[in-house]
Design a protein around this ligand. Structure first.
Ligand code: HPA
Length: 283
């Protein structure tokens, strides 16, 4: 991708991380607003601060931490204890913070070099689809990016994949199906939706939300798509789980606030943790 980074930059980040991990997992998780608590539940954690990783961007939003946490997930279903190691990104990089799109997708290239082939991406979203309500968990099966930037603009890094690549199967049907089975076994269902990326940091206007609904979006958020694009190029499968934290602008007359987004994210974090634990073991 890159205008800014070379393959060697990614290698250097990956080598630093590799040296500190007891093993290399094949699954990573990116935590969205209000869902950061998940990292605290990992067994035998190894914490690596972003600021210590060569070439890694740094997080600036107050409630987003900036660390990678390697650790174990235990799923105890009463009969068997299953265990699997994962790498969790606690705090991500957003375009609205001033990063370039390639910065926001940088960790995905590093994950690829670490051997990660599945990523569970989580985020907080506003619900555009009128059947979605705060607290709902939604599997994203496609996205719309109206912003012109791309994380893979510039000289192509062929080690990551082709210059022109397909975007039709990055949201893995197989992972979505498994996630839905896991939710059902916990007694709730997951909805499906199309995620619209808006660059923020201002929330959308009611007119923008009406436009997004007209073009087929169900959810709106300010993250994720750059990461998904880089994953698609690398051939990493994505499961994107969105937590609806608010009705999108204009759906109700309530003002939108970041505090509310974080509060709703935290409120459903128990449900989210149980679901993600099950999914990690199953995939
Ligand atoms: N718009 C954009 N991003 C968001 C929203 C929203 O309504 N809620 C949570 N993240």
């Amino acid at each position: 991708m890159s205008v800014k980074y070379k393959y060697e930059d990614y290698m250097k980040s990956a080598d630093y991380i590799k040296e500190r991990l007891p093993e290399l997992p094949d699954t990573a998780i990116i935590l969205g607003s209000g869902l950061g608590g998940y990292a605290d539940s990992l067994v035998n954690p190894v914490v690596i601060k972003y600021e210590d990783i060569p070439n890694f961007p740094k997080s600036t939003v107050s409630n987003h931490k900036g660390e990678l946490v390697f650790g174990g997930v235990i799923n105890n279903d009463g009969e068997n204890d299953d265990f699997k190691s994962v790498l969790v990104m606690n705090g991500r990089f957003h375009f609205y913070e001033g990063y370039e799109m390639e910065d926001t997708a940088y960790p995905i290239g590093v994950f690829y070099l670490l051997g990660i082939r599945k990523i569970i991406i989580t985020n907080a979203v506003g619900g555009i689809n009128l059947t979605f309500h705060p607290g709902d968990l939604v599997c994203v099966y496609d996205h719309i990016k109206l912003a012109p930037e791309s994380p893979v603009r510039g000289a192509n890094i062929s080690e990551f994949g082709a210059r022109f690549f397909d975007m039709q199967s990055v949201y893995s049907k197989d992972l979505i199906e498994k996630a839905k089975e896991c939710a059902l076994s916990l007694g709730f269902s997951l909805k499906d939706g199309v995620y619209a990326y808006m660059s923020g940091p201002q929330y959308e206007t009611p007119a923008e939300i009406r436009m997004l609904r007209t073009v087929g979006a169900d959810l709106v958020g300010m993250s994720t798509v750059a990461e998904v694009i880089q994953a698609a190029q690398c051939g990493i499968k994505v499961l994107c789980l969105s937590c609806v934290t608010n009705y999108a602008a204009g759906v109700t007359s309530e003002p939108l606030s970041h505090g509310e987004v974080v509060r709703v994210g935290e409120e459903i974090s128990w449900k989210f943790k149980k679901l993600v634990d099950k999914i990690v073991i199953k995939i």
